[in-house]
Design a protein. Structure first.
Lengths: 113, 109
């Protein structure tokens, strides 16, 4: 399966600032997804990152708050904008395609002070 | 709408005892079911997918469309099985998944 590298692995940020999380895959993949996993909770899909076009957001998530880029088939970024303590969470990148189900990166543990 | 229900938030069993982690789903189309596992301080990883019909680490899961269930079973629990287990539902031809809330399995030595 594809090797997924997610950066940073963790960060502590001030409220009102923004952080960009990177997801790099070692091979071309069809689909890339971004999830949020709040403490003690399950995974919630934020959006599907579409190569060369705007991401497809799930209900409750908007582009202004979580802008996503996917310039090619191996790379995507998620930005968490204007952060508040409620954004403290683990953010996960996953990839899928060519009959391979989703595989996940290590995640980014984000804390907002 | 797609929905996955894992009724047990926490399941504790003794080492050597049988394990069954329950998963029920709701989906109008042709479902694809998966079990993912997250060991302490490790990434979420795929354990089983129903179309493979294989046994991984002694775990098996059978899709029962009549009961809309995909329970995960292991005849003899090991301490290293202690982890968080998530059941996930996808649709045929779609890579998007809906996850259950997860069950924390604790194997008591």
């Amino acid at each position: 399966s594809a090797v997924i590298s997610q950066k940073p692995s963790r960060d502590i940020c001030q409220r009102g600032t923004s952080l960009t999380i990177q997801c790099q895959v070692d091979s071309q993949v069809t689909m890339m997804f971004w999830y949020r996993q709040q403490p003690g909770q399950s995974l919630t899909l934020i959006a599907t990152a579409n190569q060369g076009s705007e991401a497809t957001y799930e209900s409750g998530f908007v582009i202004d708050k979580f802008p996503i880029s996917r310039p090619n088939l191996t790379f995507s970024t998620l930005t968490v904008s204007n952060m508040s303590p409620e954004d403290s969470s683990i953010y996960l990148c996953s990839v899928a395609g060519y009959d391979q189900p989703q595989h996940f990166g290590d995640g980014t543990r984000l804390s907002i002070l | 709408a797609q929905r996955v229900t894992q009724p047990e938030k926490l399941l504790s069993v003794f080492k050597g005892a049988p394990v069954e982690l329950k998963c029920n789903y709701s989906y109008s189309g042709s479902p694809e079911l998966f079990w993912y596992v997250q060991y302490s301080r490790q990434r979420l990883q795929l354990l089983l997918r129903h179309i493979s019909r294989e046994s991984i680490k002694g775990f098996t899961a059978d899709l029962n469309k009549g009961e809309t269930s995909f329970h995960l079973k292991k005849p003899f629990a090991q301490e290293e099985d202690s982890a968080m287990y998530y059941c996930a539902l996808g649709g045929a031809g779609s890579y998007q998944l809906t996850f259950g809330k997860g069950t924390k399995l604790s194997v008591i030595p």
